[in-house]
Write a protein that binds this ligand. Structure first.
Ligand code: ATP
Ligand code: MG
Length: 248
């Protein structure tokens, strides 16, 4: 469905992506994991048409995706950006209307009904200002806004960032539901454990290069991945079991 081939992107002299190859098939959940500064957001912004790679191609069903965000949305690819970026001074409903700019009339109403079914709390708060929502509710709004354009492919950049574990669990469950309803998902995460648990396949991005790919289950068992991204030390395992660093 999506094919990223040889994509290189630099911000001036700073090389953020070097010859990235990646493919997403229809109906998959694919995760990209990597540390801070690996180039995850840059890659997502290239796919979403916000940045134009200097080298390489990005095709959707064999046809190039233009470096024009509105046109990418019309090609039924929607992005849920890092940091949510909802409009704080617009209501929940107005935020959704913006996400649904490609639709009108009864389609828009249907889209909002679906959003409120997926995230009932948003329905209860439809007239509340976006900026007054909790972090978790803002993430739900960002996802719901992305879905308003009825994407076939949903791109998510760090949906779990800064959220409590219970909310993260809910959001990941909803992502699976969205996927089961027929939306292909490409997910960027620092929370590797969560991402690999729901992803059919995953890629590891390190300083702008894909260094590893496999099924979510394979990568969850890989000692190098365990050590670098899951905070589990390799080597002799203590009687207390593997040690965890920092994040879950
Ligand atoms: N607008 C910009 N101008 C210059 N350099 C940038 C810009 N945005 C990102 N970079 C650089 O590009 C590299 C990749 O950044 P990017 O934001 O894509 O990483 P990331 O994997 O999303 O990181 P994080 O996990 O912190 O979100 C970093 O070295 C970063 O400093
Ligand atoms: Mg990022």
């Amino acid at each position: 469905m999506l094919e990223v081939a040889g994509v290189t992107f630099s911000y001036g002299k700073i090389r953020a992506l070097s010859g990235v190859n990646l493919a997403v098939r229809e109906a998959e959940i694919v995760a990209i994991i990597g540390s801070n500064g690996a180039g995850k957001t840059t890659l997502m912004r290239c796919i979403a048409g916000q940045l134009r790679p200097q080298v390489g191609s990005i095709n959707l069903r064999g046809v190039p995706l233009p470096a024009k965000p509105h046109e990418v949305v019309r090609r039924r690819v929607a992005m849920v950006p890092e940091g949510r970026l909802i409009f704080p001074n617009l209501t929940v409903e107005e935020n959704l209307d913006i996400g649904g700019f490609t639709r009108s009339g009864s389609d828009l109403v249907k889209g909002k009904d679906r959003a409120f079914r997926l995230f009932p709390v948003l329905g209860e708060r439809r007239r509340q200002m976006g900026g007054t929502l909790s972090g978790g509710e803002q993430q739900m709004l960002a996802i719901a806004r992305g879905l308003m354009s009825e994407p076939r492919l949903l791109l998510l950049d760090e949906p779990s960032l800064g959220l409590a574990p219970l909310i993260v669990r809910d959001i990941f469950r909803t992502l699976q539901e969205i996927n089961e309803a027929g939306v292909t998902v490409l997910l960027v995460e620092q929370n590797a454990r969560k991402a690999l648990a729901i992803a059919g396949r995953a890629y590891v991005l390190e300083t702008g290069r894909i260094v590893r790919t496999g099924t979510g289950a394979e990568l969850l068992k890989d000692p190098a991945i365990l050590e670098s991204y899951l905070g589990v030390r390799s080597g002799p395992v203590s009687v207390d079991g593997p040690q965890r660093r920092g994040f879950a």
